[in-house]
Structure formats: C-alpha cells, structure tokens
Design a protein around this ligand. Structure first.
Ligand code: 0RA
Length: 667
C-alpha cells in the first residue's frame, strides 16, 4: 500500500523560520488585566518547563529508548484523538535523516487566537502543562497515566519544535527552543481549503541517552492505531533508510484479529465481530478461535492498551462464558448432566481484541493500565452477548465447532489435573527418594544451600564438575521436552520432566489443596541457569511462569534467581575478562588495547569448561545473580500466556532488583 506524498515535509521547509513576509497575528483588544495575567502565565510556563526538564521521568517514564518513543506517541495520539473525534482521516509520521520527527494530520487544526490569558491559544497548548485538555471537553480523548501528558512536555524535551496549524484559510505557525517560544504565533501563508496540524520536533540530546527511533516499534504502534481506528490512513515515512509504510484497515478489529491469527489454523472462516454504542461507550469486539491452547486477548480503552485488563475484559469474559454455555445447552451439545464450560475452557485457543471508547475513562493501578470505569462491564457484556447469540443462531456449524473445542479443553484440563495430582502424591509418597538426575549438595540447612536448575545435559555435566558440592546442588532439565510453544502449563506441571524439580525443591506445589510449604523448601537460592539464546529464553520464561503461578512464595521470599553466564571471553594471554554484553566487550577490547586480544563467544553454557563456568557464573565471590521479583515473573507469565504461540520470540526488558550489573535480558 502506498499513500500520496503531498504531505511530505522537506527539512528546509519545516525548519525555516517564519519569513520576513510573515504577518503577525493581530491581537484583539487586550483587557486591562491582561498584562499581569501574561506575566503570571509566563512564570507558570517557565516553572513548568524547568520541572519537566529536571525530572523528565515523571512525565514520560524514562529517558531511554522508551521515553524517547513516548514523545512520538504523545504527538501521534493528539492526531489520533482528532481522528477519533471524527475530524482527521489521514495522519503522516515522518522521521528525517537528521532525526527530526514530523506528525501531520488533516483535522481541524490546533486552535489559534487570543486565549483569556492574553497568550495565543496555540502557544498555551504548547507551553503550559496539561493545557491541551482544557481546550476541548468531551470526545474520546486519551487521558491519565503516562498518556496524555500534553504536547508541552514533548516541547520542553525538544531542542527545537515547530507547529503549524491550518484553519479558516490561513496557516499559522510558531517555533520553540527547549520549550520556550522563539517566534510569535505568525501567519505563514494561505491554507486554502486545507486544514490540519503539523508538528515537528527534534528531541533534545541533553535529555535523552540516545536519539535513535525504531522503525519497527513505530510501525507496529501505527499499525495498531490503524486497526483501532478503522478507515484512518496512517503513513510512516522513514528517511533514514528510505522506508515507507501505510496502514489503513477497512475492517478495524476484524482485520486485527485476522492478523493475529495469520499463521494459525482457525476454526471459523471469519472473526466474529460486534460493534455498538451502548450508553456513552462505543464497544467493538472481534474474536476468532484457532487450534492452539493459548489465549490471546488484547484490550484497549480509548486506544490505550490496558495490559492489566479491567471492566471491559470482565464484561467480555462474562458474556463469552455465559453465551457459549447457554447456546451449547439450548442446542443440546451440552447435556443436563454435563458441567458448565469454565472460563478457562472457553478461552483456550481464543484470539480476541476488545476496544472501548468512552468520554472520561478511569484508569487504575500503578501503571494506569487497567480500566476502572464500572459501567463498562455491563455495556461490553450486553453488546457481546447479543452479538454472540445472533452469530451462533445464524452459524450453528461454527458454534458446534467452537463448543467441541471448548469441550476438548475441558476434558484435557480435567485429565491434566488428575495427572498432576498423581505426580505430586507419588512424589510425596516417595518422600526421601530424590530424583536421580539431581546432584545434591552436602549442606542440609536451606539457608546455606543453593540449587542450579540447568538446561541440557552437557551444561549439567560442566555444572556438576564445576560446583562446590558442599552447598551447591545441580538439577539438569532436558530442554527439548519443555516445549513452551505448544504445551499448556498445567500439562507441563503434570509432565515427568518437571516432577524432579518439584521433588528436589521439596516444598510441593500450589494448586492442589494448600500443598506448597515454604518451610520445607530445601534451598534458599534457587538459580535458573540457561543459555543466552532463544531456547534458553524460552525455558527461562517457562520456569519463571511455573514459579509465578504454582510456587509464588518462592519469589515473594526472594529465593528465586537467574544466573548470568557471560557471552564473551576476552583475553590478552595475561589478563582474562568475561563480559555479558556486546557493549561491554567492545569497551574491554578497547581498554586492553593490545594487539593480541582474543575474543571467544560462548554460544551456550555447554561450551564453557567446568572451571570457566564456576569462575564466571557459579562462584559466589565473582558471579552476578539476578533476583527475580513478582513484576519480572508477571512479565514472563504474560509473555507465556499471550505470546509464546507467536512466531517471533518476544523481547522484553528484564528489570532486576538486586543485580550488581545492570543490563538487559531477553526473557
Ligand atoms: C482542541 C480543539 C480543536 C482542535 C484541537 C484541539 C486539535 C489538536 C490537535 C493536535 C494535533 N492535531 C490536532 N488537531 C486538533 C478545534 C476546536 C475547533 O476548531 O472547534
């Protein structure tokens, strides 16, 4: 797909200051108090700017790549809001080779004209914190949390910004340097019938670690916005490497769900789609089952990805479970003697997107990623229940296939529960007989004992040789069998593979009565030691999820760790250093500055000999351990549930609590 390029911005045009011919906007007659108000506003502006520049993290979360992209989202979201309000139909985002970002839309244009403070409205919006929201009440605007901080925050964190508003036949413009106006609001030309807003900015290198926008990240986000706002054209032009993408989806969420299921076998030809306004809330849902075991449900409120769910998700689940059960009984597939399908049963293999748009959404939770607006639950429930009933009545064949799939899930869950029960009871009966694979330590005091859970037999061999057997135990797990992609967690728990782990730890497992007992845990350092590759990352994700769901007490007690094997060995013959990242390697090589520096890359734990493994990863004197907290584990759990079925392994920053070295980890 391509898009016309009439919106293309040339760097020269955008950075050119208002020319000599530019007219000053005639101010309407000032009220007698406008002078003092102007001063008061000016002071507020300077204080606001200083506050943002002093603590940027308070406004955009961080000053790393995430924070940098936040600037883009902020500006784009304003245009999206204008599209949501029904005025803008095209949005173009462009990054120049010099790292300037331009966002242009064909909406109504930012208001221009004297504001009651005596300052032009356009200037107010761009220089006063949270001013934007005051200009227009109502509509489906994004607000709260890290979103909707206002374009003035982007301005304060940009070494340069320029905004152009076309409305009522004229183009108005103003420029800023680090948030302060460097020009007045001036008329720069006639607009004809054109309307819209064009904002360009260069992020301030004094504020950000790196100014390197990610083509993929921005494309992904814009694609998502296009799904969520059907029939809006969104074009992304990246001049840095001459790439261009255009997104336009006639089908909205229907297209989104098709995209999510694109590599999967699906149960119905088309996603089930409902859209209806209920009260003040616009409800839109698309769903389609596939033949996997994973649930992949995304939820948005006013285009914000509510990763922690909320009332819209609760309403969705309620409608799905009750509608499917009702229909299954009415059509006789579920007999009187059969139990109802559970929520888990009806969500296995489900791909869905829920989107609600409402006037003043309430967000909850620490990251404001949960929708709290109470009325939305019933609204989504009503819309989806009606839509589902109608669909099932009209497409009984599809309905039958869906119910059969849910029934299979139900039977499998019951079988897995029984198997798991048996595994645990057998383990408990065996009591003292520890798994054969476990190389236990001599120490019996859990406080002083640690266990390394190691992926693969060969790495297990090195670890067994390299360890200090007095207090270090090794348990190798066979990586291949722990196939995270296909298996469900409850099946994995029931598997013969995870059993040795549960028995070695000695504390049982949550989920069957109250059988996990932290006081019986045999090691107070449980260390996951996996390769730094994709397989290793998968197994780590699986193990973290396993602990998070079935032994959360181990995490809460602070007993779960991740080992940090090095990626490279850098040696001059005399001096040898082990490093955990490419960046560190480059730094060390530079620092050693010798001709005969040799660099060895470790592809896996198995490539290190026992001594190396001890020195770099296991020796308490020299190693780095990452302590896992609930947040890390929750992130892994999320990846496990929502993304493991996807083709590309997800990358996620791993935030650590007590690591000596700070670095990113793929989980
Ligand atoms: C408030 C009021 C009006 C337009 C906007 C905000 C607006 C802001 C942005 C930011 C980027 N693109 C935008 N488009 C519109 C218009 C009020 C009116 O004309 O009646």
């Amino acid at each position: 797909m391509t898009e016309d390029s009439s919106h293309k911005v040339s760097a020269a045009a955008a950075s050119g200051a208002a020319g000599a011919s530019a007219e000053r906007r005639p101010r309407t007659k000032a009220s007698p108090r406008s002078g003092s108000d102007y001063n008061a506003e000016s002071i507020q502006i300077l204080e606001g700017l200083a506050a943002v520049r002093k603590r940027p993290g308070m406004y955009i979360g961080s000053t790393d790549a995430r924070g940098l992209h936040h600037l883009v989202w902020e500006v784009v979201d304003n245009s999206i809001d204008e599209a949501m309000a029904g005025y803008a139909t095209r949005i173009t985002v462009q990054i120049t080779a010099a790292g300037m970002v331009t966002v242009e839309d064909d909406g109504r244009g930012v208001p221009v004209g004297r504001h009651k403070s005596g300052i032009d409205a356009l200037e107010v919006v761009h220089t006063i914190l949270h001013a934007g929201a005051k200009f227009e009440q109502g509509g489906y605007k994004v607000s709260g949390g890290l979103h909707g901080v206002g374009v003035s925050v982007v301005n304060a964190l940009s070494e340069w910004m320029r905004v152009e508003s076309s409305r009522d036949g004229s183009v108005w413009s103003q420029e800023y340097v680090r948030g302060k106006p460097s020009t007045k609001v001036v008329k720069v030309g006639p607009a004809g019938a054109r309307r819209g807003t064009k904002t360009s900015f260069r992020a301030d290198p004094e504020m950000f670690e790196d100014i390197d926008y990610s083509f993929e990240l921005i494309s992904q986000r814009l694609r998502e916005s296009a799904y969520l706002n059907k029939r809006v054209w969104i074009t992304f032009i990246d001049d840095r490497n001459d790439r261009e993408r255009s997104f336009y989806f006639e089908g909205g969420l229907m297209s989104f769900v098709r995209h999510m299921n694109r590599n999967k076998e699906v149960l119905t030809q088309r996603p089930i789609y409902v859209e209806r306004k209920e009260g003040q809330t616009l409800v839109e849902v698309a769903l389609q089952y596939n033949d996997t075991y994973t649930e992949n449900v995304l939820a948005f409120a006013n285009n914000i990805n509510t990763v922690d769910g909320g009332t819209h998700v609760t309403g969705f689940r309620a409608a799905l479970t009750s509608s499917l059960n009702d229909w299954a009984r009415r059509s006789g597939i579920l007999k009187d003697s059969d139990a109802n399908l559970s929520g888990d049963d009806v969500r296995e293999g489900l791909t869905a997107v829920i989107s609600v748009k409402l006037p003043e959404p309430q967000f909850e939770g620490q990251t404001k990623a949960k929708l709290g607006s109470a009325e939305v639950k019933g609204q989504v429930q009503a819309v989806l229940a009606d839509g589902l009933v109608q669909y099932l009545e009209e497409n009984p064949g599809d309905g039958r296939r869906i119910i059969e799939k849910c029934l299979t899930a139900s039977r499998a869950r019951e079988a897995a529960r029984k198997a798991r029960d048996l595994v645990i009871r057998k383990g408990a009966l065996d009591g003292l007989s520890l798994p054969g694979k476990l190389a236990d330590c001599q120490e019996r005091d859990p406080e002083r004992s640690e266990i390394f859970i190691v992926e693969g037999d060969s790495a297990g061999g090195s670890a067994k040789q390299g360890r200090d057997r007095r207090f270090q135990a090794i348990l190798p797990l066979r990586g291949k069998v722990l196939n995270v992609e296909k298996a469900r967690l409850d099946r994995i728990v029931a598997s013969e593979n995870v059993r040795p782990l549960i028995i070695a730890l000695g504390a049982g497992i949550e989920g069957i009565g109250d059988s996990f007992d932290l006081t019986k845990l045999r090691y107070h350092r449980v260390i996951i030691m996996t390769d730094a590759d994709v397989d290793g990352a998968h197994i780590r994700t699986l193990l973290l999820t396993l602990f998070y769901r079935h032994m959360p007490q181990v995490i809460e007690a602070g007993y779960l760790y991740i080992a940090q094997p090095p990626l490279y060995r850098v040696s001059t013959g005399k001096v040898t250093k082990y490093v955990q990242s490419e960046k560190e390697r480059e730094a060390i090589v530079k620092q050693m500055n010798a001709k005969n520096v040799s660099v060895q890359r470790f592809k896996g734990l198995g490539e290190m000999n026992a001594e190396q493994l001890w020195e770099t990863t296991m020796n308490p004197e020299t190693r780095t351990l990452l302590r896992v907290d609930s947040e890390n584990a929750a992130a892994a759990d999320e990846i496990f549930t929502t993304l493991m079925g996807e083709k590309v392994a997800p990358r996620k920053d791993f935030i650590k609590s007590e690591a000596r070295k700070v670095q990113n980890l793929d989980i």
